[in-house]
Design a protein around this ligand. Structure first.
Ligand SMILES: Nc1ncnc2c1ncn2[C@@H]1O[C@H](COP(=O)(O)OP(=O)(O)OP(=O)(O)O)[C@@H](O)[C@H]1O
Ligand SMILES: [Mg+2]
Length: 329
């Protein structure tokens, strides 16, 4: 049974966010509290100052709790970071001749075999998500229990993490006074929040572009097919503007939010804007130049994600269905 309230936290590189959801009948969730504030004590998804980070968690959660009118004692934590590696793995077992009918125990055993992989010492499996089953030579089976077969195969999506990174994030939340009941790789949580079942079935690429990282989750045939994290995000775009226009990062961020465009062709040729503190005099600049500085970085980030998923047949099936989440570009 679902608890009455579900609380989630995202310890982003730039913003820490807490949501409070009230569960309803039929598995619905109504958001009744939300709070976010600039993150402190965390850099690129890694904890750098436990006390500062815990204080930030406490303040954000208190605000969300007041808004929701509930007391928060436990939460689900979203994690991300360049340490995360995902891949697909297979398991295969024979179905005993004397029964030939696949049981739930067989499914469990096949999935366990798929998870039985050698990982570097510092890594551990965070998620193992069954994608499809193979019943003898028939692929793409979603529920094989009860089917007659001589072999059962399984395909599982594994998300692996550097254990210490996750442990430190959990410690920060515990230090702030909350129990962590679940840890979820961010783009998977985002996908379950915003993608429609039809999109997951037909094929869809979700991209969460944050401040320092961009993560992605590719869905197709109703299941996760690929996921990952790149160490670049919206702050790289801001840095490019700061260098290109020779302005402080704070000003570059304002310029990006106010006049930024991901494609230079989106800017009218004659549009001129005034950037405070740029060069001598008025600091007038064509908006097309701002966009021309931003475009290559945006293209680079999206191209890197594309090359990470382009070999997957579900990416081709997804066609142009891309859903963007996260604050960044
Ligand atoms: N209106 C906007 N238009 C474009 N970019 C924006 C806008 N508002 C915020 N950003 C950018 O979004 C980024 C922050 O996004 P987000 O809050 O999702 O990051 P985060 O989750 O804290 O970071 P990460 O996921 O990298 O740990 C920053 O680079 C910021 O410049
Ligand atoms: Mg984020």
């Amino acid at each position: 049974m679902l608890p009455e309230f579900i609380v989630s936290i995202d310890l982003g590189s730039e913003r820490t966010a807490v949501l409070v959801g009230e569960t309803g009948s039929g598995g619905t969730l109504r958001i009744i509290g939300a709070s976010s504030r600039p993150t402190s004590g965390i850099r690129k998804g890694a904890v750098v100052d436990m006390e500062e980070a815990a204080e930030c968690v406490r303040e954000t959660a208190d605000h969300a709790a007041r808004m929701a009118g509930v007391e928060i004692d436990c939460m689900c934590a979203g994690v991300s970071g360049p340490h995360i590696r995902s891949f697909n793995s297979r398991g295969m077992i024979p179905v005993p001749r004397d029964r030939r009918e696949i049981t739930a125990g067989d499914v469990e055993q096949a999935n366990r075999i798929a998870c039985n992989i050698t990982l570097p010492a510092e890594m551990e499996i965070l998620h193992s998500i069954p994608q499809d089953y193979i019943v003898d030579a028939h692929r793409g089976i979603s529920d094989p229990v009860g089917m007659t077969a001589s072999r059962l195969g399984t395909e599982v999506h594994l998300v692996t993490v550097q254990a210490v990174q996750v442990e430190n994030a959990v410690k920060v939340i515990e230090k702030a006074g909350f129990e962590v009941v679940n840890v979820v790789f961010n783009p998977l949580a985002a996908a379950h929040a915003v993608l429609l079942e039809d999109e997951m079935e037909a094929g869809c690429l979700l991209i969460d572009m944050g401040a320092c990282m961009s993560s992605f989750a590719l869905y197709g045939g109703g299941s996760i097919r690929s996921s990952g994290v790149l160490g670049a995000g919206g702050n790289n775009v801001t840095n490019d503007l700061a260098v290109g226009l020779r302005i402080p990062k704070g000003t570059a961020e304002e310029v990006k939010l106010r006049w930024g465009l991901a494609l230079a062709s989106f800017a009218a040729e004659d549009e001129v804007v005034t950037v405070p503190g740029m060069g001598s005099g008025e600091g007038e600049i064509r908006r097309q130049i701002i966009a021309a500085i931003m475009e290559p970085r945006c293209e680079e980030i999206f191209s890197m994600i594309k090359s990470a998923v382009s070999n997957d047949p579900h990416f081709l099936a997804a066609g142009s269905t891309v859903v963007l989440t996260g604050g960044g570009w």
